[in-house]
Design a protein around this ligand. Sequence first.
Ligand code: AMP
Ligand code: MN
Ligand code: MN
Ligand code: MN
Length: 279
Amino acid sequence: MTAMKVDLHCHSNVSDGVLAPAAVAEYARKAGVEAWALTDHDEVGGIAAARAAAEAQGMRFVPGVEISITWANETVHIVGLQIDEHNRALVEGLACTRSGRDNRGREIAKQLEAIGIDGAYEGALKYVGNPDLMSRTHFARYLVEIGACASTAEVFKKYLSEGKPGYVPHCWASLEQSVHWIRNAGGVAVIAHPGRYRFSPLAQGQLFDEFKQLGGAAIEVVTGSHTPDQYPEYAQLANYYGFLASRGTDFHAPGESRVDFAALPPLPANVTPVWKDWW
Ligand code: AMP
Ligand code: MN
Ligand code: MN
Ligand code: MN
C-alpha cells in the first residue's frame, strides 16, 4: 500500500502554483500519479476543476487544502485531506485567513522599496492567479524576473525569510482552529513538512502532542520539502506518536520544486499511509 503512487500535496495558480488546477492534474498523471490531492494555500476554489480533471485522467482525487497557522510564533502549515470543500465554517475560516494577505503584500513591497527595489507590489501581482491569495512566492518570482536573485530559493534566503529586509510578520489562524475546520468538514488533518520548521526537538514534540490532542491524525513523511535523510527520521516520529504518514511533492511549478513528481520516493514500508482506508 505504501508503494501506491500517491501525491497528497500540490499547488495550482489558485494559490502560489503556476499551472491551473486541471493542468496540475494532467502534469501529475503524466508523471504516473494514481491518486492525487490539490492542496492550495488557504483556498478551496480550485477543487471543482481539479476533481473533474483528475477523474477525466483516471486518477483518484482527494480534495485538500493547506492552511497557514501561527504556532509558538512560527508559521506552520496544516494540510486537510478529504475535506468537504463546501463546508461553511471551513469556507468562512479560510476567507478570514486570506483576508490579510493583500495588506501584507503592500507592506512587503514598501520594505523592498526602502532597500531600492521599486514596483514589487505590481510586479508580484503579475504572477498572482487569485487576487485573494498574494503570496511571498509571487514576490520571489518577480525578484528573479528583475535579476535580483538567480532562483526563488535565493530570494527567500536573502529577502523574504524572518529577519530579512522584505519579511513582514503575519498572524495566521491557530492550530486549534485549523484542525477544527478540517475535522468539522469531514477531513483528516496532517502536519505539512514538519522537518522544515525551526523548532527544537522539545518544541516539535509539543506541537505533535498538541496536534494529536486536538484530533490531528497524520504528518508528512516523504515530501519535496524534506531532505532524503528526513524521510526515515519522520517515519520513526510518525510511528512513535501514532500518526499516519502522508506523501506529497509540494509541487508549485515545473522546474521550480526541489523534487519533481517522478523523483519522489515512496513512503518507507514501516509507516501506515494516511490513505489506508480510502481505497
Ligand atoms: P506565504 O504563505 O505567502 O508566506 O508563502 C509561503 C510559500 O513560500 C510556501 O508555501 C512556499 O511555496 C514558499 N517558500 C517558503 N520558503 C521557501 C524557500 N526557502 N524557497 C522557496 N519557496 C519557499
Ligand atoms: Mn507555496
Ligand atoms: Mn507548506
Ligand atoms: Mn505546500
